[in-house]
Design a protein around this ligand. Structure first.
Ligand SMILES: NC(=O)c1ccc[n+]([C@@H]2O[C@H](COP(=O)([O-])OP(=O)(O)OC[C@H]3O[C@@H](n4cnc5c(N)ncnc54)[C@H](OP(=O)(O)O)[C@@H]3O)[C@@H](O)[C@H]2O)c1
Length: 161
């Protein structure tokens, strides 16, 4: 099964200057807890913004650059190659961005994990359009708002109808 996991603001903003537009440690913790033990798939730009393979997960990077190398990561160069690999996995696979990669896999994704931040930020990268008629909300949980996580936000999970 293929899932997307991302965080977006009220305008579907997800990035700024190849980084996140906000700092919400509780959301990073959610990312870690949800993806630990599962393969994560990301575009080369998102990988470079993180800068290293994340521990406890198979890290997969998509790039057109045939010479690209990254310590501890599996590299694929096409969507087809990645989908073939994904069918051999027994686990839920998390696609973790960025916008180009979400757009590329929108037609095959089964489940969406979105942290909806009820606030607007400045940035340059937006989540692609979703046809919400195709999706059912199966869970929604408010995040903790405190000094370190100073926004209202919700952890939402959708499944394809
Ligand atoms: N809020 C969130 O949850 C979240 C999550 C992830 C990322 N982000 C943010 O999103 C931004 C990055 O997103 P982005 O859309 O600019 O970049 P991206 O999707 O992370 O990476 C784009 C790269 O992926 C590779 N790629 C794309 N399509 C491909 C294909 N069909 N075949 C092979 N390789 C392909 C290319 O790499 P090459 O150029 O090397 O060929 C392309 O430059 C950053 O600001 C990041 O912080 C936010």
């Amino acid at each position: 099964m293929i899932s997307f996991l991302w965080a977006e603001d009220e305008n579907h903003l997800i990035g700024r200057n190849n980084d996140l537009p906000w700092r919400i440690p509780a959301d990073l913790k959610y990312f870690k807890e949800t993806t630990l033990g599962h393969p994560i798939v990301m575009g080369r730009k998102t990988y470079e913004s993180i800068g290293k393979a994340l521990p406890g997960r198979t890290n997969v990077i998509l790039t057109r650059d045939e010479n690209f190398e990254a310590d501890g990561c599996i590299i694929f160069h096409t969507k087809d190659e990645l989908l073939k690999w994904s069918k051999e996995q027994q686990k839920e696979i998390f696609i973790t961005g960025g916008a180009e990669i979400y757009r590329l896999f929108m037609d095959v994704v089964d489940r969406l994990y979105v942290t909806k931040i009820l606030h607007t930020f400045e940035g340059d990268t937006y989540f692609p359009e979703v046809n919400w008629d195709n999706w059912s909300l199966i869970s929604s949980k408010p995040g903790v708002k405190d000094e370190k996580n100073p926004y209202d936000y919700e952890f939402r999970i959708y499944e394809r109808k």
